[in-house]
Design a protein around this ligand. Structure first.
Ligand code: G6P
Length: 609
């Protein structure tokens, strides 16, 4: 995890790096630091806590220079503190690092025996000393970095400066993301695209085992052995404004309200109404290959896993292919039986989640094909998959996922329609009818967003509860899980999602007048059953917050609060019922005064196992 930024050019590095780090804070925010290089002198500033603390420090003690590196941290080795904050320096060498060096203890022992003194508890400091150790002997910065990285095991993205060779910045990647931004007479490196978007849209994605050496005028990319590589740049279409708050109080709220646009973008160009089919441009599988599939594995983490749970309903219903769904960190250690006619579907907003990436490699290693549903273009998972369905949600900055989730549901739905058509399970007419419903969805989402003020009132009423229970059945059960996760993530209230029919086997014992129970009860096939479960809650004094589709007078009298989303097909209802889940968690968190966009202990992109 963590975010890194590097700059070399003609401008002052410090403001560019701070701006980049601000856009990477979603990757970690327990400490931050910067090093600039001016006339062969390094200027290092580090501060515990949010980036704001580093900015205050820089205000008092500016760091000057036109080369620099910066870091925002999510602690793995060593608690959050100034001493453990990056950059780490050893002699002339200064390093920022994202990842984990697995053999750091062995390296540390060797370096300590050779007289190196360590100040921090981090694995990163070992890299600085290792490069410095080689540098002292070889006398060449680039050669020293190559030699050091040749010895490092594990995952890293690094940016390194050397005060004796001030016209160079070196960056390298192995198992953690690193993107290069190309300007005129300047270069940028960062863990993710938004960190550089306000400066350039020309980007190059480094691959594992590659090193980039920059001067202000030139860039050289090689493999670890020094063999030159030719890399193509890509023009990124995301606009810098997409990564701004745009007048909203929080990124999360902005992203919730962006959903109608994000959904429309994810659908755009993919519906073939006339033929009653769906077009997925980079799927990497033709209709014949789709027709030959005998199983689909879905692998994901967190919110993306919840999307996968809904996807299972879609694929089994519309394409009649059995689906197995796993949490990525479980999949890779259970020796799954992946046949050559199976397809593994990875779902990941960031495309960098370590467990999901490992699951992809596991599935491919067993001979299966893999397609991912991903939001970040050219991310590691997108590049290693055989095909990709991009969600066009735009950058998601809030740590709690919202628009990425609903666009994942759309992508899964499109995939299920495509698969159903290719297998002849779904007729062109049926597909056309679904497409009509899909086209109406962005407008219905806008209507659902008008519930905002009403949900804020409900939040006021229930914000002091210690626990929440969320219930749903069928494809609404994953939405119950997602609602509970959102609340936990940003308001720190304990919440559990449960299949409504399972409540009587345990959670019913918890119900009393102090436990709000959010019941997802839209008009679908299991409506009557869910209403019975709701009655069971009411009979025990539980306070029900019901989510219905359309006006539902029957429910109104029974519940403490009723939220009504617009009506749509059973399949698409999870997208609409997600909105009140997001808004309820958001407003409770705001009322409680927690840090909505950067909740404690979390990070948006989890690149450690
Ligand atoms: C972290 C984030 C979640 C996200 C999960 C999976 O836990 O905080 O919001 O759902 O990672 O991330 P991915 O990028 O693979 O979807």
């Amino acid at each position: 995890m963590c975010g890194i930024v590097g700059y070399i050019g003609q401008q002052e590095a410090s403001p560019i790096i701070i701006d980049g780090l601000r856009r990477l804070e979603y990757r970690g925010y327990d400490s931050a630091g910067i090093c600039t290089l001016e006339k062969g002198e390094t200027q290092i500033r580090r501060a515990e806590g949010k980036l704001l603390n580093l900015e205050k420090l820089l205000h008092e003690r500016p760091a000057e220079g036109t080369r620099g590196i910066g870091h925002t941290r999510w602690a793995t080795h060593g608690r959050p503190s100034e001493i453990n904050a990056h950059p780490h320096k050893a002699g002339a060498i200064v390093v920022v690092h994202n990842g984990i060096i697995e053999n750091y203890l062995k390296l540390k022992a060797r370096l300590a025996a050779a007289g190196h003194n360590f100040k921090s508890e981090t694995d990163t400091e070992i890299i600085a000393h290792l490069v410095e150790d080689h540098y002292r002997r070889i006398g060449n910065f680039e050669a020293a970095v190559r030699a050091a990285l040749g010895e490092a095991e594990g995952a890293y993205a690094v940016a390194i400066l050397c005060q004796d060779e001030p016209d160079k910045l070196i960056a390298a990647k192995q198992g953690a993301p690193l993107v290069i931004g190309q300007g005129i007479g300047e270069f940028f490196v960062a863990s993710d695209i938004p960190a550089m978007l306000s400066h350039t849209r020309e980007m190059i994605f480094l691959e594992d085992g590659e090193i980039a050496v920059f001067t202000p005028e030139q860039m050289k990319i090689t493999d670890l052995a020094g063999q030159p590589l030719v890399k193509q740049s890509r023009t990124i279409t995301w606009s810098p404004l997409m990564a701004e708050k745009g007048g909203y109080r929080h990124f999360m709220l902005k992203e919730i309200h962006e959903q109608p646009r994000a959904l429309a973008d994810t659908i755009a160009g993919r519906l073939q109404g006339d033929e009653g089919d769906v077009y997925l441009e980079d799927l990497g599988l033709d209709d014949q290959q789709l027709a030959g599939l005998d199983k689909v594995f879905i692998i994901a983490c967190g919110t993306s896993w919840h999307a996968g749970l809904v996807g299972k309903f879609y694929i089994e219903k519309l394409a009649r292919v059995p689906v197995e769904i796993d949490i990525a960190s479980e999949f890779r250690y259970r020796d799954p039986i992946v046949g050559k006619d199976s397809l593994t579907l990875l779902i990941s907003q960031s495309g960098e989640t370590a467990d999901t990436l490992a699951g992809l490699r596991e599935a491919k290693g067993k001979g299966g094909r893999a397609v991912c549903i991903c939001n970040v273009v050219d991310s590691s998972i997108a590049r290693e998959s055989d095909g990709v369905i991009y969600t066009h949600a735009g950058p998601e900055i809030g740590v709690a996922s919202t628009k990425a989730f609903t666009t994942q549901l759309i992508a899964l739905y499109l995939f299920a329609l495509k698969l159903g058509r290719a297998r002849g399970v779904l007729s062109a007419d049926d597909c056309r009818a679904q497409v009509q419903e899909l086209l109406a969805l962005p407008r219905k989402l806008e209507e659902a967003l008008e519930l905002d003020a009403e949900i804020e009132q409900i939040a006021k009423e229930f914000m002091h509860a210690r626990d929440f229970l969320y219930l749903g059945r069928g494809n609404q059960y994953p939405i119950a899980l997602e609602g509970a996760l959102k609340l936990k993530e940003i308001s720190y209230i304990h919440a559990e999602g449960y299949p409504a029919g399972e409540m009587k086997h345990g959670p019913i014992a918890l119900i009393d007048e102090n436990l709000p129970v959010v019941v997802l009860a839209p008009r679908n096939a299991t409506y009557d059953k869910v209403v019975s479960n709701m009655e069971e809650v009411c009979a025990r004094g539980g306070k029900v917050i019901a989510v219905a589709s359309g006006p539902d007078a029957g429910l109104e009298e029974k519940v403490a609060a009723l939220i009504q989303v617009p009506e749509t097909s059973d399949d698409l209802l999870p997208i609409l019922t997600s909105v009140p889940m997001q808004l309820l968690a958001y407003h409770i968190a705001v009322l409680k005064g927690t840090d909505v966009d950067q909740p404690r202990n979390l990070a948006k992109s989890v690149t450690v196992e």
